[in-house]
Design a protein around this ligand. Structure first.
Ligand code: SF4
Length: 67
């Protein structure tokens, strides 16, 4: 289904600022000055959806989700 829009969501309480997501997906994840990721709520470009899925799956705190 090409019309589906996926966005990255961050649970700021669960996140432990490992920074892994920013390493795996630097195009969409920035780190703030404390090492916490900053994601916008924009749709994930289709070309990055697979990598976004991998970054979400790799989060040790399950704090990053692709919805
Ligand atoms: S990988 Fe998970 S715990 Fe680590 S900074 Fe990203 S969202 Fe937070």
């Amino acid at each position: 289904m090409s019309g589906q829009t996926r966005t990255l969501r961050l649970d700021p309480i669960g996140c432990r600022a490992h920074g892994l997501c920013a390493e795996l997906l630097p195009e969409l994840v920035d780190l703030d000055e404390w090492g916490y990721p900053v994601v916008d709520g924009d749709p994930v470009p289709p070309a990055l959806v697979n990598r976004a899925k991998r970054a979400a799956a790799a989060c040790p705190a399950l704090a990053l989700r692709l919805r």
